[in-house]
Design a protein around this ligand. Structure first.
Ligand SMILES: [Zn+2]
Length: 234
């Protein structure tokens, strides 16, 4: 009996505090992360990268025994083309329902990614080469304005609107503290900061301060690695 109780305790502890996350480096030189996150109902995919990443993402799914039909939702951290370009392919392949902020639905469905605002000369040059807004149109199924409770989709998390980097930026916060913030922070050579592409600096920092108030543990960056809350300087 005692052993059973210990087993149950360990199982519950593991279930509550761990989150199975598979990071798939995608895009040019693997600079954009796509994430598979395990849920009670299967898996979700956070961002999809570009169309040219589709084959690699499929291969990662195969390696990890993730059946296309087991991916029940795709959540978009924001509407920049390097994050949403391959949406049509992955939505068709998995049949997953797509969740995003309401401000980017129309653009994605018309085949136009969100405008990026470069703030340095280097970022402007990068934008010239990689900043095409044209994507294959794809359907967005579920949108929200300020906040959405994702537990109704079998995801033990909520998402909040976090504008600043771009109009449709969101923060996805699992109830165990595991958090996905898209491009709101980047761990570049100069340390952790809002990067060199953002629509509104003041708004971006305000959004970071909002999610920072929550009980966060592992924070996953779309460009970079995993950080903890005490690394955030704002
Ligand atoms: Zn971005």
């Amino acid at each position: 009996m005692k052993n059973v109780l210990i087993f149950l305790f360990l199982t519950l502890t593991f279930t509550v505090y761990s989150q199975n996350v598979i990071t798939v480096p995608s895009g040019y030189k693997g600079h954009v992360n796509v994430f598979f996150v395990e849920t009670a109902n299967g898996w979700i995919l956070i961002d999809v990268a570009g169309e040219s990443d589709f084959e690699n993402i499929k291969a990662v799914m195969k390696e990890n025994d993730i059946e296309p039909g087991n991916v029940h939702n795709i959540i978009l951290t924001h509407g920049h083309s390097d994050h949403v370009g391959g949406l049509n392919l992955l939505r068709e392949y998995t049949g997953a329902k797509v969740i995003s902020h309401e401000s980017i639905k129309e653009g994605i469905e018309k085949g136009v990614a969100s405008d990026a605002t470069p703030r340095t000369i280097f970022a402007s040059i990068l934008n010239l080469f990689f900043g095409s807004l044209e994507i294959t149109p794809a359907k967005v199924d579920i949108t929200f304005k300020d906040e959405i409770d994702l537990t109704v989709y079998g995801i033990d998390a909520k998402a909040i609107h976090s504008p600043g980097h771009s109009k449709g930026s969101i923060t996805i916060m699992f109830n165990n503290g595991v958090t996905f913030i898209g491009d709101q922070l980047r761990d570049g050579k100069k340390g952790l900061n809002i990067g060199m592409i953002y629509d509104d600096e003041e708004l971006a920092i305000r959004s970071i301060k909002v999610f920072k108030k929550s009980n966060l543990t592992d924070i996953y960056l779309s460009h970079g690695t995993k950080i903890t809350k005490d690394q955030i300087i704002y």
